[in-house]
Design a protein around this ligand. Structure first.
Ligand code: SF4
Length: 728
């Protein structure tokens, strides 16, 4: 074995450099090769920056989309091409201003950027002036940065609440008007209403001095309907009016009304507290609306409805009643989500409150206590827990994909129950100055932070509820992208490169020790692509070393070898992605197993039919069908068994296991597969409680229940038990 290969293998196995021909990558400003085309995002037309539209059919539009709409109107005729060029130049200027941190609306940024471009350039000035006259859609311009999830979700939520307030206002005004009419008409029909004084007053000033109001009053009183409004009804209608007119859930035009409540919070605890404090008022208001509707239709019956409304809201408000009122919004950073705050979030999601929670994550790599690199661990736990509750709308996505997911965001905001929006901002402080958009997009490509939605209102099964469609090439382990470059002989070379977890980690300066640069003079065929190493089982034959293709600050191709730890982590990341794919119906092992058995059955039937028509030929077919039936029965049996379990006992909901291999790979003595290739706890004493809790946290479908610790002397039990509560 030559000295270079020996040194490379030593680095691969130990992460230590034993040769002067292996160089540290710190300070070399290397980037994954596929980033080479994205060095300056301001020169690209893409989804960002976004405009948070004040008024318009869409809550948010990309700057490039609004510019295109303006160009559609003005870039016509002989000078169309010139106008297009000038306006696109202005768009680039606005994009640069925003990337440098300049804030403002579309119109103010236009006005800030245009003068410098138009100076000494009459044609440019003319093009921009014509285009500016067509700027009709305006709003705050925001880039993909650390504040994007807060502002974008806040804006979309506020628009949703404004629409709800409009509808509420129309309904309340209608009810108030009709209830007021009832009061007026009750008075007009009363003896007091028909008194001579009231009749005279209602006719106003005029030549009525000779008119006998007393006689008219006598006639009207005599002709009054027998059924007079009861005092109880008058009181009820007056009370309803008072409740409707004094409500603080939506803004009103009344000058005497108290200020409306605020529904946007920075903590789950505060939102929950406000919800509880306001619940009596919410119940009173929804009750008043329900009673008023009956009253104005003349359908309120004291005998039938009094008792019913007496107990209104005693079991809480239902989804339809809550949907009349504003939803709460909580925006928090994942770093503040521990202890009490985490348990309040769990409570919000578990008890079906109309609260939308945005959890922002800025860093998705962390070292776990047992030495793994944990990728998006907390976000995965959070999303798994929320989906496990079954009635929570869940959307997970990097901020870079939020525009693509705008329809899904709206669905989550319109959803009648709780919603969780788990967003990775991409604003990681250790990404060597790469823009958050690129880091977020890289996390999506590398399957580190996949995008998905779980919408309980879409249907009853996973196929209807769970969607992975926003992920690039979702059917692949890693997306493949075209990478084109010129070699040292100036020949064009093009190849397909996957973007893996290793590319993503290579962007983070904290993990540079896992990479070593191999100088060009030491390149050889023993440097194999990372994807080849990932496809091999275990360490492979150790006659080659995985290497990543990167580019330096001058766009020169570089080769960087990777240590084994990262290869292992990339396999774990792929395995977690494979589990998500299964949930999303991609390469679903149950479906594939069923398909294989059906295919076998069909082939056997075909063979039997062609061999002979004897009745015995049917037997193998029945024999094949039996295991399928048994497999279908197994989950029911397993669920029944699980229902009887003690909460102290550690167990796995085996029937729901998606065979992702995560727990079995983690500790194959503690976890094993049964005959259906689904995991169960083989020996609970074959590992620590800490391992059990970590396995539960890493399980994509949250089906591992750690129970209570068995060894009271294990260190850190208090914290472990808190973490285990999520999976009780
Ligand atoms: S139980 Fe184990 S194998 Fe099954 S889904 Fe969970 S982590 Fe994967």
């Amino acid at each position: 074995m030559d000295a270079d290969l020996q040194a490379h293998i030593a680095f691969y196995l130990t992460g230590k450099r034993h040769s002067p021909n292996l160089l540290a990558i710190d300070g070399l400003k290397l980037q994954p090769a596929l980033f080479a085309g994205y060095r300056d995002l301001t020169r690209l037309r893409y989804d960002f920056p976004l405009v948070l539209v004040k008024e318009g059919p869409a809550a948010v539009e990309p700057l490039s989309g609004l510019i295109d709409a303006i160009l559609d109107k003005v870039a016509r005729g002989d000078d169309g091409e010139r106008i297009r060029k000038h306006v696109l130049r202005l768009e680039q200027e606005i994009r640069t201003l925003v990337a440098k941190g300049t804030g403002g609306t579309f119109s103010t940024l236009w006005d800030a950027a245009a003068p410098a471009l138009a100076k000494d350039n009459k044609l440019m000035a003319e093009s921009l002036a014509r285009a500016r006259a067509n700027l009709k859609v305006d709003g705050e311009v925001i880039d993909c940065d650390a504040s994007l999830p807060y502002h974008l979700l806040g804006h979309a939520w506020a628009i949703t609440q404004t629409q709800r307030a409009r509808k509420f206002g129309d309904d309340i005004n209608r009810l108030v008007l009709k209830l007021s009419d009832i009061i007026k008409s009750d008075f007009v029909n009363s003896d007091a209403g028909k008194s001579a004084e009231n009749l005279r007053a209602s006719f106003g000033n005029g030549p009525m001095d000779s008119f006998d109001f007393a006689a008219m009053s006598r006639i009207l009183v005599k002709a009054s309907p027998k059924k007079k409004p009861t005092k109880s009804r008058q009181k009820r209608v007056q009370n309803l009016l008072a409740v409707l007119q004094s409500q603080r859930f939506f803004p009103t035009s009344s000058a005497t009304a108290e200020a409306p409540y605020s529904f946007a919070f920075d903590s789950c605890s505060d939102a929950l507290k406000a919800y509880r404090e306001r619940l009596p008022k919410a119940t009173e208001l929804t009750r008043a609306i329900a009673m008023a509707e009956l009253e104005v239709r003349g359908e309120y019956s004291e005998v039938k409805h009094d008792a019913l409304f007496e107990s209104f809201g005693q079991n809480g408000l239902d989804a339809g009643e809550l949907a009349l009122l504003p939803d709460y919004l909580v925006r928090i950073n994942a770093t503040s989500l521990s202890g009490a705050e985490q348990s309040k979030l769990n409570e919000i999601l578990a008890i079906d409150l109309p609260i939308k929670v945005v959890v922002q994550t800025d860093d998705v790599i962390e070292e776990s206590p047992v030495g793994h690199l944990a990728f998006a661990l907390r976000s995965r736990q959070l999303a798994s827990m929320a989906m496990g509750i079954n009635d929570v709308f869940v959307l997970q996505s990097p901020a870079a994909s939020l525009y693509q997911l705008r329809t899904e965001i709206q669905r989550g905001l319109d959803y009648t129950g709780p919603a969780l929006f788990s967003i990775f901002s991409g604003a990681t402080k250790t990404s060597g100055g790469l823009p958050p958009y690129l880091i977020g997009a890289a996390a999506l490509e590398a399957r580190v932070f996949p995008a998905f939605t779980f919408d309980p209102s879409a249907g009853r099964d996973w196929a209807s509820r769970f969607c992975l469609a926003t992920n690039p090439q979702a059917e692949e382990d890693w997306p493949l992208r075209e990478f084109a470059y010129e070699d040292e002989k100036n020949q064009a070379v093009s190849q397909q490169l996957p973007f893996t977890l290793i590319d993503f980690v290579a962007c983070d300066t904290r993990y540079s020790t896992h990479f070593s640069l191999v100088p060009r003079t030491h390149w050889s065929e023993t440097l194999i692509p990372v994807e080849t190493a990932l496809a091999q089982p275990g360490r492979g034959s150790l006659d080659s070393v995985p290497c990543l293709t990167m580019v330096d600050g001058e766009d020169r191709l570089q080769k960087v070898i990777v240590d084994e730890k990262l290869i292992r982590e990339a396999r774990r990341c792929r395995s977690m992605w494979n589990s998500l794919q299964e949930l999303g119906g991609i390469h679903n092992s149950h479906a594939e197993k069923l398909l294989a058995s059906e295919r076998l059955l069909w082939e056997e039937k075909l063979a039997a039919a062609s061999a002979s028509a004897s009745p015995a030929a049917a037997e193998p077919a029945a024999g094949v069908a039996a295991p399928v039936a048994a497999a279908e029965a197994a989950p029911v049996e397993a669920i029944e068994q699980e229902a009887e379990r003690s909460p102290d006992e550690a167990y796995i909901e085996t029937a729901r296991c998606s065979t992702c291999n995560e727990c079995v790979q983690f500790n194959n003595k503690m976890f094993a597969y049964d005959g259906n290739q689904q995991a169960y706890i083989a020996d609970v004493n074959a590992g620590t409680y800490a391992q059990l809790v970590e396995a539960a946290e890493n399980c994509q479908v949250s089906i591992i229940h750690p129970g209570k610790p068995r060894n009271p002397n294990e260190p850190g039990l208090e914290e472990l038990m808190k973490r285990a509560e999520l999976f009780a």
